[in-house]
Design a protein around this ligand. Structure first.
Ligand SMILES: [Zn+2]
Length: 354
């Protein structure tokens, strides 16, 4: 556990909030003051899951606070995003497959350790809720945050309100079938978008293509041991033939799915993030190229999806942690703190867009 040093600069009591992104491999925490400035940031590996798995979360929050020169007494609320099915009102993680959590009372565990009101939400929904009120969204009222990583999912904000659906499943575009008679997905269907464009499947397709038709020109890809999506995009950035073809094909599938989402929901903006999207231009450019093709062929696409409507977030942006910040601040602003916590859907609805 991280030792919190005696703060050098005292911050006014309770003026800070923390946002936390809990991932399968790491946890990232942001401590932000009431003007929206980041005062502290910390990342901890998720490997140690003793004490019900909350030690890395507590450690990251304390380390971010230490960087801010503050202690837990300065923290008013914490908002946490977790990949999985969440009972937001009860603060319970019903199921987070990648973390091995089932019915974990996460909010109560964190409150016990830090003594700070804590809310928990699904990660992509939380990210979308935070993005709509962040300057990066440039005032868009209807947007999606599409996370491309181990899986693919979207958080949706429609007309300024987070939309999670009746089962909290809205935006599960990773399980929309895009290939007839495709390979089996972890959800049991065949040919889902995830079976093409998620990190593990980008790596699988590249490895298969390398075995089939690899040449000396596929130098970086060959050196991959094992091949990951990161290797594929590094090789694509170096213009290797197989990796470039995989990147182009992946971009085309993602562009069509994003266009489908924009048509379905009439969105102003789609922001791409997640581990695979962190590859940068090698990931984004093929998506933008396919959107340009669609635009060239259709005035409808041109009207609905103008240039600039699909963008990638900077790799160090931490959208889920920022969503946690927005949730924590919303809990404070809307007076839910200390009572039954509001869900992010309620908090977003009650907090005016700026
Ligand atoms: Zn699926």
């Amino acid at each position: 556990m991280t030792t919190v040093e005696q703060p050098a600069v005292r911050v006014a009591q309770g003026s800070l909030v923390a946002g936390v992104d809990v991932g399968g491999t790491k946890v990232a925490a942001l401590v932000v003051d009431d003007t929206g400035q980041v005062r502290g940031k910390a990342v901890r590996p998720m490997a140690d899951r003793s004490h019900g798995g909350v030690e890395p979360i507590v450690g990251a929050v304390k380390a971010a606070l230490a960087e801010a020169g503050a202690g837990t007494e300065s923290l008013r609320a914490i908002g946490i995003g977790v990949p999985g099915r969440i009972d937001a009102r009860a603060g319970i993680v019903n199921l987070a497959t990648n973390l091995g959590w089932r019915d974990l009372p996460l909010a109560a565990l964190i409150e016990d350790q830090l003594g700070v009101a804590t809310s928990v939400e699904n990660d992509v929904g939380l990210a979308a809720a935070g993005l709509v009120r962040h300057p990066v969204a440039e005032g868009a009222r209807s947007l999606a945050y599409v996370a491309v990583g181990t899986g693919i999912g979207a958080g949706l904000v429609l007309n300024g309100r987070l939309y999670q659906g009746d089962h909290g499943m809205a935006g599960e575009i990773g399980h929309v079938i895009v290939v007839a008679d495709g390979i089996e997905c972890r959800c049991g269907q065949h040919g889902c978008l995830e079976t093409i464009a998620s990190g593990p499947h980008i790596a699988r397709r590249a490895a298969e293509a390398l075995q089939e038709r690899g040449t000396e020109a596929d130098r970086i890809l060959r050196a991959g041991d094992p091949i990951t999506a990161k290797t594929v995009y590094e090789a694509a950035a170096a213009a290797e033939p197989i990796a470039s073809a995989i990147a182009t094909e992946t971009g085309a599938f993602l562009a069509r799915s994003v266009a489908g989402l924009m048509f379905t929901c009439d969105l102003d903006l789609v922001l791409l993030g997640g581990g695979v999207a962190a590859a940068g231009a090698a990931f984004l450019d093929p998506i933008l190229a396919e959107l340009e093709h669609l635009r060239a062929a259709s005035t409808l696409v041109g009207a609905f999806i103008p240039p600039g409507a699909v963008r990638a977030l900077a790799p160090d942006f931490e959208p889920v942690a920022w969503g946690g910040v927005a949730l924590a601040r919303g809990q404070v602003m809307t007076g839910f703190q200390g009572e039954t916590p509001g869900t992010v859907e309620e908090v977003v609805a009650r907090t005016p867009l700026t």
